[in-house]
Design a protein around this ligand. Sequence first.
Ligand code: ARG
Length: 461
Amino acid sequence: MKRSRRVRTTVGRVDEAVLRYTAGRDIELDAALVEADCLGSMAHATMLSRLRTRPPILRARDLAAIRRELAAIARAARAGRFRIRPADQDVHLAIERTLTERLGDLGKRIHTARSRNDQVALDLRLYSREQLIGTADDAAGLAAALLAFAARHAAVPMVGRTHMQPAMPSSVGLWASAWVDDLLDDLALLMGAFETNDQCPLGSAAGYGVPLPIDRRLVADLLGFGRVAHNVIHAAHTRGKVDSVILFALGQAMLTLSRLAQDLILFSMPEFGYFILPAAFCTGSSIMPQKRNPDVLELVRARAARVMGAAHEVAEILRASPSGYNRDLQETKEPLMEGFASTRSSLRVMRGLVAGVAIDEAALRRGFTPDVFAADRALELVAGGVPFRDAYDRVKADLASLAKRDPAKAIAKKRHLGATAGLGLDALASRIESAAHWVDAERRDASDVYRRLLGVRPRQP
Ligand code: ARG
């Protein structure tokens, strides 16, 4: 039998192939967690230095040295100069190794009273906090672009459809501001996911606590968390569970985007010609010289499927995972990170695209066949006292008589809440504004934590 090649890691010797298999994509993916890991380590070290154990685990002057090295690692990571080696297995051991190389015994003390299990759970909470703030910002940006589009074309008639068939008079303003309302619901879900994410798992260690008088609340406060993930097993369970909550919220935003993309593809087809997509957001064909394809919109549609897939992937990994830490949980990292990346890039590209969409008012008007006014006419008869079913039958018998109707007048008559002449765009604007305030306040708090603990500014993702 072939003898296996063994590699020395910080935590024992392992077969090389096994190391590669178990580390999986951690070596690359963990690059996104270096700064979070430094931040968490600093909060943890600060807490250790305040413990009244005799002899002390860390002294005040040790803390200054640790802070200096952690800040240096965070800066190196930002400049793309911090390397996680395969023998490190992941970011946690890479940082511990680096600290030990530079600080000797002090580096060896940093892992007191913690485990990689609570460490990675914490890193992902810090990473997700930043990413959720960024996602909310991106979603508010797209909502603002859609609102501006709605305001520009508020009173332009457009056929409303059910079953994709012409149904009733509607407007471009109504169509566009519907997506704003949808996105504001998605924003509320993202903020809800932020709340769930806002709990500090550190101190759970392997999942069962430690026989040292650690101060979990202090660590949570230093890191700017709203609360401690109380029960230590529950704290271990936040890994994967919170990620799944986040992915379902991201998935909702992607569902909105995908349906919007589908409408834009449809209504910009020459057969409709309602909308003209900005040329810079369309791509050509290698064989057909005339082509301008809506590839961006098609990819948004497909990536929505992938983000929903990622949400299900994480939920499925959790479903079969017993209580406490199991290595299965490592596999939730990739879908989480890719879910954020896809959702955020989709929100951003759609913002630019929407800002550049032009409309063809004449084509929009051509969509108004006489039957589109049928229900409105029946309701006019009702207002004059005719029972609805009789009005319905009368209109149905003579649809041709609706030929001379003016779509602009029809949409001006729907004045109730949320209809074509009751869009309430100002209310939407102030909801977007409060989302933007939320983003600013949370971003400020999160970067204060970095400044206070490490003296560095966080990347602004
Ligand atoms: N890379 C690992 C993960 O993402 C870190 C935790 C490893 N813990 C362990 N007990 N092997 O889950």
